[in-house]
Design a protein around this ligand. Structure first.
Ligand code: F3S
Length: 647
């Protein structure tokens, strides 16, 4: 029996474990990436390990999330990130150079290698045939220290692509169609591997749009073969020597099979407030739009912007619409300027932003109250745009540009006078501008470098060794699908405090429960009770660090999103699941819960939880590997490593 690409790469990097779906394995990590919102914590953790240099083949620190400098905080962070990168042998992509996933795929991604990134859309680089996985900053810090990365061996789903996209349809519609079919939970514990004749009809930026939003399916990662399209892309980037071919063997078997005919896909759109609320664009054609944003790591390639410019060319943005555009990288920005695309965008009335995450993370361009924002980004959770009651829709750049002209959600095929054949012919440029001056290479040795720490850089809080009893109040009871945005909101004011945990912890759950932080402090910590898929969305580990600082000892949920589950363990917060979900219904906010003999129960993985207030007992479970049990007992990753370093 032949092997699929996933097993080939994982097998070549396997350090421990059996590659049977569901078993824990650990793999060697070749490359890491961080972005500024999670990077400061990753490097603060890394500094604790006492190493002179990272042990990976390549590590890159990007500044793309919070690039606005309207106070000293971000500037302090950027200085810290730059100097810590130089000290420890890490490449530093300066603010303005672009969004981590766009730049990484352009300049660093290599087929067949493994990449661990402290950003949930790290799987974007799977477009080039990498195993690229999103994780918390602590996991990335450990990978930089040369530690193998533990993960549960995923099932591999094959999505076989046939046909080719019709005029008006885009790569975004391919992944929206998969979200429609599989939902935001459908990919948990799985990898998608794309194959079939349709693959060769998609360029690397299109493949990247698809692998990028695999994160929204909950996948561990997704990847494409490395073929002649990959070779051409890397050659245009001056990196053909890094190319290797990667294909699944012919007689390969997959755990699951999905057929997708690209010719049958039509323009789709995700409605508020989840990316799987997908309908046809034409079904919403009378919906007014106040804001359009074209950008983010999902859709800000040269071809994306060239298509938008083709639609906008010679016309004006609707007077009731604000259109903003952020090119994904400085490379894309320079090339659209060279080729006259930027001029067409500006002339139409578009507002051009720098190459960064910007509106995607709620950093600028928030929609008006109650407004409708149509975005090419990947997430439309409540409040993520910076406006609590905004209605955010997700669609392709073609739909976004057409809607910016009409002021209504518009299928580009319905735009009168649009040359659909001309639009369809637009391709990625082969004349790529390669200029890495905004990427600072580290010096041979960093021993002489002094790390600069402004007042916004505070030490990382440490968890405490697990005691024999957990007892505390249910400080909050939430419903299903709580995102890391809900736990620790995005937005510039908050993000600028990401290196200052005492200050940022004041915002924990502030979107849904203003008094949470105060209550947690008054009660000396406590527990959180949650529904399904707790902690979905961004990999933001501040969603674990903030609660840790406030004294949260355990989260009791119906189920957890993978990265957040790992983050809780890394910081020593016990993630428990209800054995019977009916017990969730009985718990009331304010109930006092007690777990005795916790250390023994961690070893067993099953728990008896006493609801002291109601006088009842129920069962809970924790899915912890042997290593994770040790982490929880020690009070998190840093204590675990420190203890062993001392020993
Ligand atoms: Fe940035 Fe949004 Fe992507 S915050 S990394 S553009 S998901």
């Amino acid at each position: 029996m032949g092997q699929n690409i996933t097993r080939k790469i994982l097998g070549a990097h396997l350090v421990e474990g059996q590659m049977t779906p569901g078993s824990e394995i650990s793999i060697r990590i070749d490359q890491t990436l961080t972005q500024d919102a999670t990077g400061t914590m990753a490097y603060l953790a890394f500094e604790n390990f006492g190493l002179k240099k990272v042990k990976t083949e390549l590590s890159v620190s990007y500044v793309d999330h919070n690039t606005l400098q309207d106070g000293f905080e971000n500037a302090d962070d950027h200085e810290y990130l730059k100097t810590v990168a130089q000290k420890f042998g890490i490449y530093f992509s300066r603010p303005g150079n672009g969004i981590c996933h766009q730049v990484h795929s352009e300049r660093f991604a290599v087929p067949g290698k493994t990449l661990l990134g402290s950003d949930s859309h790290t799987p974007s680089s799977g477009a080039l045939g990498m195993i690229a996985i999103g994780a918390g900053g602590m996991s990335v810090a450990l990978a930089m220290a040369g530690q193998p990365f533990p993960l549960v061996m995923p099932q591999v789903i094959n999505v076989r692509l046939t046909g080719s996209l019709m005029p008006g349809a885009a790569a975004k519609d391919v992944i929206l169609e998969l979200l429609r079919r599989m939902t935001v939970k459908g990919g948990v514990g799985k990898v998608i591997e794309y194959s079939g004749p349709g693959v060769l009809t998609l360029g690397i930026p299109e493949r990247r749009t698809i692998t990028n939003m695999g994160a929204e399916l909950g996948l561990t990662t997704s990847l494409f073969p490395s073929d002649r399209i990959t070779y051409e892309f890397m050659k245009n980037q001056g990196r053909e020597n890094d190319w290797v071919e990667l294909q699944a063997d012919e007689d390969v078997a997959y755990d699951e099979q999905i057929e997708l005919n690209l010719s049958e896909i039509e323009p789709l759109i995700a409605k508020p407030h989840l990316p799987d609320q997908v309908v046809k664009v034409r079904d919403l054609k009378d919906t007014s739009v106040q804001q359009v944003f074209i950008g983010s790591c999902t859709n800000s390639s040269y071809k994306d912007l060239a298509k938008a410019a083709f639609i906008l060319n010679g016309k004006s943005v609707h007077p009731d619409v604000s259109l903003s555009i952020a090119p994904g990288s400085r490379q894309v920005f320079e090339m659209i300027a060279r080729d006259g695309i930027l001029q067409k965008l500006i002339s139409s009335g578009a507002r051009i932003l720098e190459s960064c995450c910007g509106p995607c993370i709620g950093a600028g361009q928030s929609p008006p109250s109650g407004g409708v924002s149509l975005r090419t980004s990947n997430r439309n959770f409540v409040g993520r745009s910076g406006t609590k009651d905004a209605q955010v829709f997700l669609a392709s750049p073609e739909v976004a540009a057409a809607s910016a002209l009409t002021g209504r959600i518009t299928d580009p095929r319905d735009l009168s006078g649009l040359d659909m054949a001309g639009l369809h012919q637009i391709q990625e440029t082969n004349q790529v501008i390669v200029d890495d001056r905004m990427i600072l290479a580290p010096p041979e040795t960093g021993e002489h470098i002094e790390v600069r720490r402004g007042p916004n850089i505070k030490p990382m809080p440490l968890g405490k060794e697990l005691t024999q009893e957990i007892k505390g109040e249910v400080l909050l009871k939430t419903g299903d699908h709580i995102t890391t945005d809900d736990i620790m909101p995005a937005g510039t004011a908050i993000l600028s405090l990401r290196s200052n945990i005492p200050a940022i912890s004041e915002y924990v759950f502030s979107k849904m429960d203003r008094g949470f932080a105060q209550r947690a402090k008054e009660k000396n910590g406590g527990l959180i009770v949650a529904g399904e898929n707790y902690g979905q969305g961004s990999s933001r580990e501040h969603a674990a660090l903030g609660p840790l600082y406030l004294g949260i000892k355990a989260v009791l949920a119906k189920s957890f999103a993978r990265i957040h589950h790992d983050n809780l363990i890394n910081y020593g917060i016990l993630p428990l699941r209800f054995k019977n979900n009916t017990d969730y219904d009985r718990i009331l906010p304010g109930d006092v819960l007690r777990i005795a003999d916790v250390r023994q129960q961690v070893e067993k993985g099953s728990f008896l939880v006493e609801n002291v207030t109601q006088g009842v007992t129920f069962e809970a479970i924790a899915t912890l590997s042997e290593r994770q049990k040790e982490l929880i007992l020690d009070g998190g990753q840093l204590n675990f490593i420190k203890k062993r370093t001392k020993a």
